[in-house]
Ligand binder design. Structure first.
Ligand code: ACM
Length: 616
């Protein structure tokens, strides 16, 4: 009997080792990856070798990251192009490597590790894949394998809204550090909005003296108290231009372009609070702290007065000098046009230019802006509202109200980035609203993973790629930003980089779990909401509430109670597909998920009256 047990245990250990070895735990999944027999073992003599002086930063970065992951201190050495280090890690620029621009080859054998690319960008991504293979548990072994990889899309973006809440340059750099692990290459900074102007414009000092500050408030966004007379505007901050230059250089070394967004003509209350002559109403307003104001305070730049365009020329001259990326994002979304309709200058502008409505006035505004940006050597990108009244001739479009705007723009031969709110808005909650920090609506990890940026019938050459957007109305800290970003941005990373045919939810989840441990080790916050139960209430034929339960991932057990006790493995176990009817006089439903006999999800507690309200 005892022998049987030993043999069984040994078999189990072998199976686990094999099962582990067969996984290539890389996110996003490489285009071609094949595990080989054996391991490369890191030892005291292992050296990181690079063949080209332009790789000096990358070699140091590789060494520092290995140190932070697993405490190994590896030496770094430069060679002369043809040399290599046959006992080490070789970073090699090689013009003969045939992949897309950001592609690379990674080879791990028992003797050496070689990462090759025709470009430094490709090599950077080869290094990221390699670093994901470094164990975080002190183990020195890296599995032998061959990888040939390249991205599906050239635009793999994330947006951070630094207006609704302010994040320091060091925090933005931390985001850059995290996003590059997963091969994102564009960071859009939403620098201006009604709740704060965050960029120093030297010729317009009030934008940051006044516009960067608002009265301090916490609590539910849009339910907060508006500023009171005489109240000090003490919450906020902004980036001085030197900080931006430093950030841009930091990001460039890591293959990330910073895309600045100056959101106009709407969403401009912070600018108008700084310079009241910018609005059509010419009234004075305060920077908004998250209270209701749309249609009351005038947050739209006047489209009639020439002084607005002189202001924009000043702003974009400085923006264009600060940000080397080819695009500037001008927002263009959700522009409230009520004050334009009452504005004499706007009416004159419409008459003079034969514009029949406010949409055409907005289109006039954006087209002028496009010319202004072109004079500065930049391309204009805007949210999908820039289609209204006619899109500017060369504008690129970022589609957020679903995919429709993106489809229309691509069909009219405009470049498009897909960031539809129903798949790519990272400000939405990721699990049951009763236990998630409140925001607008629901976007679970499994839905993000179902995002496809190229719609049927659209020429894919116009789809630059996709972007996940983290709006921060309900994200007051960087720690919470991390919670909203991960693991949903793992899903986006895979959608933007890996071939479409590679989508495999169970495999993605098993890699996600490995990567969450890596985030933990680096003290990066993330959400575990995909382990929680999904509660689906409905009504039966007699109008009685019934409840069905499910989970995003396979192989979880769900335990529940109606009797005001906490659920666990001694309370009822939900059977798949079962319809739970409500026991007489029950008032509260509670549920928890388990895996392999251990609790894994959070307890969700929800009054039945609230559950009943969810039934459409
Ligand atoms: C947006 O979410 N208003 C672009």
């Amino acid at each position: 009997m005892i022998y049987k047990r030993i043999i069984f245990t040994l078999l189990l250990i072998c199976f686990c080792v094999l099962a582990n070895a067969q996984n290539i735990n890389i996110i996003p999944m490489p285009k071609k990856a094949e595990l080989k027999n054996g391991f490369f073992t890191i030892n005291e003599k292992t050296t990181i070798f690079y063949n080209d002086p332009q790789l000096e930063f990358l070699a140091g970065y590789t060494s520092a990251t290995i140190k932070s992951l697993n405490k190994f201190q590896l030496a770094v050495k430069q060679g002369n192009g043809t040399q290599r280090n046959t006992q080490g890690i070789n970073l090699i620029i090689d013009g003969k490597v045939r992949t897309a621009k950001e592609g690379y080859l990674l080879s791990v054998s028992s003797k050496e590790i070689t990462i090759k690319s025709a470009t430094s960008q490709g090599l950077f991504y080869g290094v990221q894949s390699f670093l994901q293979l470094i164990p975080i548990n002190g183990d020195r072994k890296i599995p032998a394998l061959e990888i040939a990889d390249e991205p599906r899309f050239s635009w793999r973006g994330l947006l951070l809204d630094v207006s609704r809440h302010f994040f320091t340059i060091d925090e933005v750099k931390r985001l850059v550090d995290q996003m590059v692990i997963y091969k994102f290459n564009i960071l859009q900074l939403h620098l201006t909005d009604d709740q704060g102007w965050r960029l120093e414009i030297k010729k317009l000092p009030n934008l940051t003296k006044v516009g960067a500050w608002r009265v301090p408030r916490t609590g539910l966004w849009w339910d907060r108290e508006c500023p009171k007379d005489g109240e000090e505007a003490s919450y906020g901050g902004f980036y001085i231009q030197e900080e931006i230059k430093d950030l841009v250089a930091y990001a460039a070394k890591r293959n990330v372009n910073i895309l600045p967004e100056i959101d106009i003509p709407g969403h401009s209350l912070a600018a108008i609070a700084s310079y009241p002559w910018l609005s059509s109403s010419k009234m004075t307003f305060k920077v908004n702290p998250g209270c209701k104001f749309y249609g009351i305070d005038d947050n739209t730049l006047c489209a009639g007065k020439e002084s607005t365009f002189e202001f924009l020329n000043t702003v974009f001259t400085e923006v264009a000098e600060l940000f080397p990326f080819e695009y500037i994002h001008i927002g263009g979304d959700e522009c409230y046009k009520g004050f334009w309709k009452k504005c004499e200058d706007c009416r004159k502008r419409m008459n003079d230019n034969g514009l029949k409505d406010a949409n055409e006035l907005q289109s006039y505004f954006i087209k002028r802006l496009e010319k202004l940006l072109q004079e500065k050597g930049k391309k204009l990108m805007g949210w999908d509202e820039i289609l209204e009244g006619g899109i500017a001739p060369n504008a690129a479009l970022m589609s957020w109200r679903g995919m429709e705007g993106g489809i229309a723009a691509a069909k009219a031969n405009h470049h498009v980035v897909m960031s539809p709110n129903d798949f790519a808005y990272l400000d939405l909650y990721q699990g049951d609203p009763t236990i998630e920090p409140p925001t607008y609506s629901l976007l679970r990890l499994n839905k993000v993973y179902a995002f496809e940026p190229v719609p049927e019938g659209v020429d894919s050459t116009f789809i630059l790629g996709g972007q996940g957007n983290l709006w921060t109305e309900s994200v007051p800290t960087f720690r919470q930003a991390e919670y909203m970003l991960w693991p949903r941005s793992f899903a986006l990373a895979e959608i933007f980089w890996s071939p479409k045919s590679f989508r495999n939810w169970p495999d993605f989840i098993s890699r996600t779990e490995v990567h969450l441990e890596r985030l933990s080790q680096s003290d990066i916050n993330y959400s575990r909401s995909f382990f929680d139960a999904i509660i689906t209430p409905s009504k039966d034929g007699s109008g009685n509430l019934i409840i069905q339960l499910s989970t995003e991932i396979e192989e979880l057990e769900i335990y529940y109670t109606f009797d005001n006790t906490y659920p666990d493995h001694h309370t009822p176990l939900y059977k798949k597909g079962e319809k739970l009817s409500i026991p007489k006089d029950a008032d509260t439903f509670r549920v928890i998920t388990y895996r392999n006999g251990q609790p894994i999800g959070k307890i969700i507690t929800i009054p039945l009256v609230d559950l009943a309200k969810r039934v459409k």
